[in-house]
Write a protein of this length. Structure first.
Length: 386
């Protein structure tokens, strides 16, 4: 068996080569590299697909989060940035960008624990925190981790009760759904990443903001172009954060394969679930009944203290694996020194950081490769006695 990568982007390119090459050639022909026609076309397609009125392309998923939060500050507070007293509730078990975007928008992240079954933010913990101290809270940023939706009914209900905005971090969940609604269409705004490893990925960094709010969309459009409708006479502190024409062309070419690839990921996840079921020391991801999970990652839990042994065994057998994420945000230096708050003990987030392991789940991964990964996990369990 040849080496097994986490994601075979070369195979994906070969699968879509004709569409991608044609899209790139169109760009080379028209030479409109800044906000070219592909950007507008992709925004319209994605808005329709998600089911929102507006989609605004950005330079990355991180910037999509920052821009969404900045737009909310401008609309709700009438100022470029939130005050440092403003609190935004989120999960500590996510990529750094989620918490960093809150800081960059001027606010303070409040970390509450996760549901150990899904690794997503625990809505009951959000509610608990708000009952004890809600005067400074302005919003919630739930992260649809690994491709699975958070409990959006519970989160939306809480947000409505306390008059809070909700920004969905759907960086890993393009095409995912909650009760039939596409993620990124449920909250006040959604933020997507088109990093190459995502379910819909470009050939570099790119992102998207989604919303039904025309004013917020208009503000985001100003912020991506230095902060004004006229770049020579700006209104706000802005960025050079436009979606690149080249990336839009590539993403648009790959977009037509999204649903097919998401279904392929779900089939592979099903094979993992049946093949790894019942292994002592291995816990499998749980999926909520109301969720359409798109499996940007397939994540298992490994008995505490045994993950490194399993990862080492897989590596010896040519199988790549990753740990997303080894450090919860509240443990990082950037979020200390009063820059964030922690509600209660984040027991489940800290345990997850010590136990999760992500297995290969590229959409074009062949059945024999998936079977090989399954047998290798079993082999490690036998070898290491768990």
């Amino acid at each position: 068996m040849k080496a097994v990568p986490m994601l075979d982007l070369q195979a994906e390119y070969e699968y879509m080569k004709g569409d991608i090459d044609a899209a790139i050639l169109r760009c080379l022909t028209h030479q409109k590299w800044i906000l070219g026609p592909e950007v507008d076309e992709l925004e319209n397609k994605i808005a329709k697909y998600i089911g929102v009125q507006h989609a605004v392309g950005t330079s990355s998923g991180t910037e999509a989060l920052v821009l969404a939060l900045r737009a909310l500050s401008i609309k709700l507070k009438g100022q470029d940035f939130f005050d440092k007293t403003a609190e935004i509730i989120t999960t500590p078990f996510t990529f750094t960008a989620t918490g960093d975007a809150i800081l960059r928008a001027g606010a303070k992240p409040v970390f509450v624990d996760i549901d150990p079954a899904t690794y997503n933010i625990d809505a009951s913990k959000i509610n608990e925190y708000l009952k004890t101290n809600h005067s400074n809270v302005v919003g919630i940023v739930p992260v649809h981790l690994y491709g699975q939706s958070c409990n959006m009914d519970a989160i939306q209900e809480i947000a409505q009760e306390y008059n809070l905005f909700v920004v969905e971090d759907a960086a890993q969940a393009f095409g995912g759904m909650w009760k039939g609604k596409k993620l990124g269409s449920i909250g006040t705004l959604g933020a997507f990443s088109f990093f190459p490893s995502k379910n819909l990925g470009g050939f570099g960094d790119a992102g998207m903001v989604s919303t039904d709010d025309e004013e917020l969309a208009s503000i985001v459009r100003m912020l991506i172009k230095h902060g004004g409708k006229d770049k020579y006479n700006v209104d706000y502190i802005g960025y050079n954060a436009r979606l690149d024409t080249f990336q839009a062309a590539v993403i648009d070419a790959k977009f037509r394969y999204l649903d097919e690839f998401n279904e392929k990921r779900r089939v592979i996840a099903g094979l993992y679930a049946s093949g790894l079921k019942g292994l002592k020391g291995i816990s499998l991801p749980e999926t909520l009944s109301d969720v359409y999970h798109v499996y940007n990652q397939y994540t298992i839990g490994v008995t505490e203290g045994k993950r490194d042994e399993l990862q080492g065994y897989l590596s010896e057998n040519g199988i790549a694996s990753m740990v997303y994420y080894p450090f919860p945000l509240h443990k990082m230096k950037v979020f200390k020194s009063g820059r964030s708050k922690v509600y209660d003990e984040l027991v489940h987030a800290e345990q997850a950081a010590q136990m999760v392991l992500n297995l290969p789940i590229g959409p074009l991964q062949q059945r024999e490769v998936t079977d090989y990964v399954i047998e290798s996990v079993k082999g490690s369990c036998r070898k290491n006695g768990y």
